[in-house]
Design a protein around this ligand. Sequence first.
Ligand code: CA
Length: 234
Amino acid sequence: MMASKANILLVEDEENLHETLKLNLEMEGYEVSSAFNGTEALKKIANEYFDLIIMDIMLPEVDGIAVTESIRVNNNEVPILMLSAKNAGSDRVLGLKKGADDYLTKPFNLEELLLRVEKLINKNKKLQEKETIGDTYEFGNNKVDFKAQDAITWNGQHIELSKKEAMLLKLLIENKGEVVTREKILQVVWGYNVYPTTRTIDNFILSFRKYFEEDSRHPRYFHSVRGVGYKYMD
Ligand code: CA
């Protein structure tokens, strides 16, 4: 049993199969959101964080391959397990090419599906575990204490950080020199299902500049990468 429940989006239009899968996944301790067509799936993906998506290929409106393609175009790395009634190898290849991580052909063994789900979620968790920094971090003449949620800035000011500010700051610094995507920030800092607007994250970055940059209009440490995310550099 996992320490925290993983959030799964189940995209399947066959109602009986959908209910069976949902029930079994929930019995394994997963949180399951449902979509019965491609449009509904895309809408949920845009508004919620998922640890895994189980995606049927043959769906009304937008098919599973198009949904997968759209997810990857948006730089979303969520693991996708594809399901299809078709046994055609070409379908499997196309699904994997468009960004699915794994594939099962119907009818499948339920036990096998649950094992693959667990494996994909664990693999993704391991990938996301970056090397962590300590409780304090210094850059420029700023000194941050993540645990105490405060900082002494370059000009000697004492700043109290909110919990989310401290978390976002730590996340950005741990990924020094790399763009941290909006999805990643939402997942780590805001957690499941409570999504702020892009402006909320922007305001956090503006605060960081105000606290820690000597010239906040020409930031040296905190950078926005338009449409993708944010980057810390020192
Ligand atoms: Ca179907």
